[in-house]
Design a protein around this ligand. Structure first.
Ligand code: SAM
Ligand code: DTB
Ligand code: SF4
Length: 342
């Protein structure tokens, strides 16, 4: 979908009852986005950018619906990787306390509560470089149990080889989350213990096993505009777009090397989300970490920019997330609803 194609798109109809206001028009799904093209999109005058993001969004989704995921840390802390943003790295001066892998029954209790609270997808995260075989047995049991509750399943366990990916698929896993985090060029300022190529290899293994891919990155780690464009261009040029694209606003955690990173304003953040929406129009774009400190107005802006997924529940993995009642009130005030609601 070129900028030209987008500008030739039909104007939305004025019918309030038509959620997909662009009728049958669909922006072309491309896999050859360049950083320059993405940069040009991100730099558009804001009203133009939001209009284009809305056109792309409405061609594939009902813009009043939000996909709700719940996150649970099934194995917290003690991670051998050195990701500069992460409070779970054992290599940072002040990291969270390390726990053992949770018991299956305890995880299923949390999943039942998430379902009762309206979640459609249950995501389980482990602070591992990659899973050990014995741990994978337990995670597979968790996946089977969560699926039986009628929830979609997602796990994020670090690097996976082809065989591990297949085992997870056989257990019924729907999504695997593994982020690229930033541009290829900025990556080694943030992580030195695993390479960008290793991340791409894990994504290919997951894809080849037939699991849906959840892959995005983080804004606010001191990267430049060109790195943000580089991240989106890399994601949008994968052979198949990730079905879910989490865009995290850095949660600046004391004791991590990025604790004092310069804050990114909501307009800059919304520009990145809009670029993700325009370049990957059929994907769920998630407003992921960073919502706790975002105003309702900033949330509204990011939804207008094309985000249509959030994590609900008062905790992400180790850091706070808005309370459930705040999210319920926010969605109601915007006239938006969870995708699973009638
Ligand atoms: N250990 C696994 C891995 O890194 O692949 C899975 C868990 S890891 C916490 C999942 C993702 O959470 C990271 O790739 C990163 O994008 C995001 N994340 C972690 N800490 C964050 C923070 N402080 N702010 C924003 N996003 C963060
Ligand atoms: C993703 O992109 N964001 C989520 C999920 N995938 C696993 C994690 C956010 C973690 C924020 C820091 C924390 O709570 O530890
Ligand atoms: Fe470990 Fe994942 Fe945190 Fe990196 S992001 S330190 S791999 S838990």
């Amino acid at each position: 979908m070129s900028l030209d194609t987008l500008s030739r798109a039909p104007a939305p109809s004025s019918s309030a009852s038509s959620a997909r206001a662009t009728g049958d028009w669909r922006p072309e799904i491309r896999h050859d986005w360049t950083r320059d093209e993405v940069q040009k999109i991100m730099d558009l005058p804001f009203p133009e950018l939001i209009f284009r993001a809305q056109l792309a969004h409405r061609a594939y989704f009902d813009p009043t619906r939000v996909q709700i995921s719940t996150l649970l840390s099934i194995k917290t802390g003690g991670c051998p990787e050195d990701c500069a943003y992460c409070p779970q790295s054992a290599l940072h001066e002040q990291s969270v306390k390390a726990d053992k892998l949770m018991e299956v029954e305890k995880v299923l209790r949390e999943a039942r509560a998430a379902k009762a609270a309206g979640a459609g997808r249950f995501c389980m995260g482990a602070a591992w470089r990659s899973p050990k075989e014995r741990d994978l047995d337990t995670v597979c049991a968790m996946i089977e149990g969560v699926k039986e509750l009628g929830l979609e399943t997602c796990v994020t366990l670090g690097m996976l080889d082809a065989q591990q990916s297949q085992r997870l698929r056989d257990a019924g896993l729907d999504y695997y989350n593994h982020n690229l985090d930033t541009s290829p060029e900025y990556y080694d300022k943030i992580i030195t213990t695993r390479t960008y190529q290793e991340r791409l290899d894990t994504l290919a293994n997951v894809r080849d096993a037939g699991i849906n891919v959840c892959c995005g990155g983080i804004v606010g780690m001191g990267e430049g505009e060109s790195d943000r464009a580089g991240l989106i261009a890399t994601l949008a040029s994968l052979p198949q777009h990730p079905e879910s694209v989490p865009i995290n606003l850095l949660v600046r955690v004391a004791g991590t090397p990025l604790a004092d990173a310069e804050a990114v304003d909501p307009i800059t953040f919304a520009r990145v989300v809009a670029a993700a929406r325009i370049t990957m129009p059929a994907s769920h774009v998630r407003l992921a970490a960073g919502r706790e400190l975002m105003s309702d107005e900033a949330h509204a802006l990011v939804f207008l920019a094309g985000a249509n997924s959030i994590f609900c529940g008062d905790k992400l993995l180790t850091t706070p997330n808005p309370a459930e009642h705040r999210d319920r009130k926010l969605l109601a005030s915007l006239g938006m609803k969870p995708m699973t609601d009638a």
